[in-house]
Design a protein around this ligand. Structure first.
Ligand code: PMP
Ligand code: GLU
Length: 397
């Protein structure tokens, strides 16, 4: 008998990972699927980082690591925050975890209790909503459509704040939209938040280095709120290290201590070998980051130009991350053969089965009118995928 807890029963599985798994299953059956579903760099981890991991194995870094992470890694992260972002943090404020995913979840579990409200500007990454639920919190959605480049305004933010508001999760550059908040836009939000001293700002900056419009701006730069900002970041995207599972928070000391306690009871410190590799990522040559960014930028332009020619797709040029998030609602109500398209999940399934291209429907991101493509794949794959999608869409009547 299925006896999962009510907490787990209310949780949705990750749609990004589910679509990727479906695509892999079809591939294993011999279908030539192009996977634009899961968002992860297609590059290999740079060699000097791999060497550091091999050395860590030989040097016997085989014991439990300290719960909040090795001191050399936490110091390297502090140096990165100072040099790249102009932000001062002490190593005690840094907690290293198993990927930025755990960092976000640790933070929410540390600060959110039953009934606490968490503002989630939407479209948003699939896991935020479920992590808030896991913490018994209440998701408060602010919807920002394509016409406002998927970014919320200070007025929208202020309109949903209540005495129960405990946190805001802000992701810039954004998954799934690729939108990037400018310094002025962030200041507008910070000025609102400054009026409400109980609100914690979780700033997910995992796509910091995949930015096509200039220097990364962190909301932690504003002194009127800095002591309430939790920066979430990690090596997964910038250094093509998704499988190594290293993320971190840079947080007020009380939140860092809370996450340390939580982590000490349910996962312990992150992988010793991966942490040593992350030290090499942060302290070694940074040219690899720029090379990958340039490749993503080329693909961004390629895929944007192809996608905007597809009838029924309304697309914004993304400013960061590696996702394209077209608005596709004019295709709803159309059909072909056995496929009826009532929403973007239907469209994602149609594209997977008919065009053999895996994408993710917008529903899981809180935007059922949109469809997400990850363009972190080869130029050839992108050209072929867009050709197949265009053909499949032209069949819909
Ligand atoms: N935040 C966002 C917005 C992401 O897209 C991802 C990637 N899944 C993460 C956090 C988690 O990253 P990591 O692989 O380091 O856990
Ligand atoms: N960031 C990726 C995505 O959104 C990884 C998968 C996940 O963890 O959601 O596709």
């Amino acid at each position: 008998m299925d006896q999962v807890s009510a907490r787990l029963a209310s949780l949705s599985p990750s749609e990004t990972l589910a679509m990727s798994q479906k695509s892999n299953e079809l591939k294993a059956q011999g279908f030539d699927v192009i996977n634009l579903s899961v968002g992860e760099p297609d590059f290999f981890t740079p060699d000097h980082i791999k060497q550091a991991a091999k050395k860590a194995i030989d040097d016997n870094f085989s014991f439990y690591s300290p719960v909040p992470g090795y001191m050399d890694l936490r110091k390297a992260i502090c140096a990165k925050l100072k040099n790249e972002n102009g932000l001062e943090y002490a190593p005690e404020q840094i907690i290293v975890s198993n990927g930025a995913k755990q960092s976000v979840c640790n933070t929410l579990l540390s600060i959110i209790g039953a009934g606490d409200e968490v503002i989630v500007p939407t479209p948003a990454w699939v896991s935020y909503f479920e992590m808030v639920k896991l913490a018994d919190g209440k998701n408060i959605i602010i919807k920002a459509g394509i016409e406002q480049d998927f970014k919320i305004t200070p007025e929208q933010l202020e309109s949903v704040i209540t005495p129960a508001t405990k946190a805001l999760i802000l992701c810039s550059p954004s998954n799934p939209t690729g939108s990037v908040y400018s310094k002025e836009e962030l200041k507008g939000l910070a000025d609102v938040l400054a009026k409400y001293p109980k609100i914690i700002i979780i700033a997910d900056e995992i796509y910091e280095h995949i930015n096509y419009i200039g220097k990364h701006e962190s909301i932690a730069q504003f002194d009127n709120i800095k002591d309430r900002v939790v920066i979430v970041n990690g090596v997964s995207k910038a250094y093509a290290m998704t499988g190594w599972r290293i993320g971190y928070i840079a947080a007020p000391l009380w939140i860092a201590k809370a996450c340390n306690k939580l982590q000490g009871q349910y996962t312990s410190g992150a992988s010793s070998i991966a942490q040593k590799a992350a030290v090499a990522a942060y302290t070694g040559p940074q040219q690899c980051v720029e090379e990958m960014r340039l490749a993503f930028d080329r693909r961004r332009k390629l895929v944007y130009n192809l996608a905007k020619e597809i009838p029924g797709f309304k697309v914004n040029m993304p400013d960061g991350a590696f996702y394209l998030f077209p608005e596709v609602s004019s295709l709803f109500g159309k059909s072909y053969d056995k496929w009826v398209i009532n929403n973007s999940n239907d469209l994602a399934m149609y594209l997977l089965e008919k065009a053999l291209v895996a994408t993710v429907g917008g529903n899981a991101f809180g935007a059922p009118e949109c469809l997400r493509f990850s363009y972190a794949t080869s130029d050839e794959n992108l050209v072929e995928a867009m050709k197949r999608i265009k053909e499949a869409i032209s069949l819909l009547k």
